[in-house]
Design a protein around this ligand. Structure first.
Ligand code: PLP
Length: 439
C-alpha cells in the first residue's frame, strides 16, 4: 500500500526536511489531530508562529472579515488602511524612543534581506557582521548570514560577499564575551575596515542555533560599538518576537533599541506576513520601488496581525509566557539528579530549551531519542543547536493549563525513557550509549 510518506518522498524534494510524519487534519489552540484522528499536543507552534494558538477565534474572525472585503490589491497599486495602521502600531511597539517607519514583507528571510538592503543604502557601506550559530533564513543573504553550514549552506555555492561571522558569546561552549570582543577586534584589524561595515545583525536569543540568549551586558556593548563605528544594529526578532520571551520583543530584556528590527512568525498568527521597523531616516533611504513586493503586507496577513496584537495585550500573553516558562524549567530542573545527560536548562519566557550531553560530548542521539519518545506519547517537540543536542520548547502561549500539565508529564516520561533506552542499548553495545558511535 502506498503511504503518505511514500507519496511525499516521490513528489517533494528531500531538501524540504520533515520532523514528523503526521499529516495534519485540524488544529485547535495547542492541539493537532491527524488524518487518522490521532491527537497531538503541539510544542512547536509551527516553529514559533502560532503564539496565539491554532485558529484563535479572533484571528479566524479577522481573516474571515477581510476575506469578505478583499484579499489582494497589492499595497503598491491600491493601498489599504489596515496596512498603514499596522505600521503605526509597530512603530509605537518596537523598542526605541525615536521616530520609526515600517515596511511589510511575507517571510522572515525577506525581512532580513530588506533590513540588510536598508542598512547598506543608509550607510553606503557593504559589510555585515553576524554570529556563528545564527539563523537568518534560506535566501542567499539569509543563508550567508546564517552561522551553521549543515544543512543551510553546504552545496549552495558562493555565499554573498562582505559578510563576517563573530563567535557568539556562549559560556556553556567556552566562548566568553571577552572572546567575542577579541574576535571583533581582530576582525577589524585583520579582515575588514569597520568603516566598510553597515551593520551588526543579532538574534537576542539564538533560535535554530540552540536557544542561547545573548548574555547580559553584551547587547549594550554591541550598541556602543555600532555607535562608535557608525554602524547600525539590526535585531532579528523573527523567532523571539511577539511575547515569546515574556516581553513583546526580546530586546526589551536588554533595555537596548536596535536601529532596525526584523519580525515575522508570531506576527501573523499563522498567516505569512513579516515586517521591518526602524529609524525613520534609515527606513526612508531607498528610492520608491526599491522596497516592497507583490504580496508584501497581504491583506489577510495584515488583518490577522492586528488581531494577534490585540490578543497578546488582552490575554496578557507576555506574563503568561513568563509564568509557564518558569514551570517548565522547574520541571526539567527536578529531573537533573536522575538525568546527568541534562547539561543546561535555559531561556526567557516560554522560549525554553534543555541541552543534553552524553559523557562530555553533545548527544544528538539522546536528544532525538527524547523527541521520538515524546512523539510516541503524543507530544510534538523540536530539536535545535549547532550540535543538534538541544530540545526547544515552543508551545502556543495560549496553551490551556490542563494541556500544559499533560505535556510536562510527557516530557518527564520521555526524558526518563530515553535514559532507559540508552542504558538498555549500552548493555547491548558493550558500554556505549545508544547512537554514541554515530557521533
Ligand atoms: C531568527 C530567524 N530569522 C529568520 C528566519 C527565517 O524566517 P522564514 O523561515 O520565515 O524565512 C527564522 C526562521 O526560523 C528565524 O528563526
Amino acid at each position: 500500500m502506498t503511504t503518505m510518506t511514500d507519496r511525499k518522498n516521490a513528489a517533494i524534494s528531500r531538501g524540504v526536511g520533515m520532523t514528523t510524519q503526521i499529516y495534519a487534519d485540524r488544529a485547535e489552540n495547542a492541539e493537532i489531530w491527524d488524518k487518522d484522528g490521532n491527537r497531538y499536543i503541539d510544542f512547536a507552534a509551527g516553529i514559533a508562529v502560532v503564539n496565539t494558538g491554532h485558529r484563535h477565534p479572533r484571528v479566524v474572525q479577522a481573516i474571515k472579515d477581510q476575506l469578505d472585503r478583499f484579499t489582494h490589491t497589492c499595497h503598491q497599486v491600491v493601498p489599504y488602511e489596515n496596512y498603514v495602521s499596522l505600521a503605526e502600531r509597530l512603530n509605537r511597539l518596537v523598542p526605541g524612543d525615536f521616530e520609526k517607519k515600517t515596511i511589510f514583507a511575507t517571510t522572515g528571510a525577506e525581512a532580513v534581506e530588506n533590513a540588510v538592503k536598508i542598512a547598506r543604502h543608509h550607510t553606503g557601506r557593504p559589510g555585515i557582521v553576524a554570529f556563528t550559530g545564527a539563523f537568518h533564513g534560506r535566501t542567499f543573504m539569509g543563508m550567508t548570514l546564517t552561522g551553521k553550514v549543515q544543512p543551510y549552506k553546504a552545496g549552495f555555492g558562493a555565499m554573498m560577499p562582505d559578510v563576517w561571522h563573530l563567535p557568539f558569546p556562549n559560556e556553556l561552549h567556552g566562548v566568553s564575551q571577552a572572546d567575542a570582543l577579541a574576535a571583533l577586534d581582530k576582525l577589524f584589524k585583520a579582515d575588514v575596515d569597520p568603516a566598510r561595515v553597515a551593520a551588526i545583525i543579532v538574534e537576542p536569543v539564538q533560535g535554530e542555533g540552540g536557544f542561547y540568549p545573548v548574555p547580559s551586558g553584551f547587547m549594550q556593548t554591541l550598541r556602543a560599538l555600532c555607535d562608535d563605528h557608525g554602524m547600525l544594529l539590526i535585531a532579528d526578532e523573527v523567532q523571539t518576537g511577539f511575547a515569546r520571551t515574556g516581553k513583546l520583543f526580546a530586546m526589551e530584556h536588554h533595555g537596548v533599541a536596535a536601529d532596525i528590527t526584523c519580525m515575522a512568525k508570531g506576527l501573523g498568527g499563522g498567516m505569512p506576513i513579516s515586517a521591518v521597523t526602524g529609524r525613520a531616516e534609515v527606513m526612508d533611504g531607498p528610492n520608491p520601488g526599491g522596497l516592497g513586493g507583490t504580496y508584501a503586507g497581504n491583506p489577510l496577513g495584515v488583518a490577522a496581525a492586528h488581531a494577534v496584537l490585540d490578543i497578546i495585550e488582552d490575554e496578557g500573553l507576555s506574563e503568561r509566557a513568563e509564568r509557564l516558562g518558569q514551570r517548565l524549567k522547574q520541571r526539567l530542573a527536578s529531573l537533573r539528579d536522575d538525568v546527568p545527560e541534562i547539561v543546561d536548562i535555559r531561556g526567557p519566557g516560554l522560549m525554553n530549551a534543555v541541552e543534553f550531553n552524553v559523557g562530555a560530548k553533545p548527544s544528538p542521539e539522546f536528544t532525538n531519542k527524547v523527541r521520538e519518545e515524546a512523539l510516541s506519547r503524543g507530544l510534538i517537540l523540536l530539536t535545535c543547536g549547532v550540535y543538534g543536542n538541544v530540545i526547544r520548547f515552543l508551545p502556543p502561549l495560549t496553551v490551556p493549563d490542563a494541556v500544559f500539565d499533560e505535556a510536562l508529564g510527557i516530557i518527564e516520561d520521555s526524558v526518563r525513557a530515553a535514559r532507559g533506552a540508552g542504558r538498555h542499548q549500552a548493555a547491548q553495545d558493550g558500554g556505549l550509549m545508544a547512537g554514541a558511535q554515530e557521533a
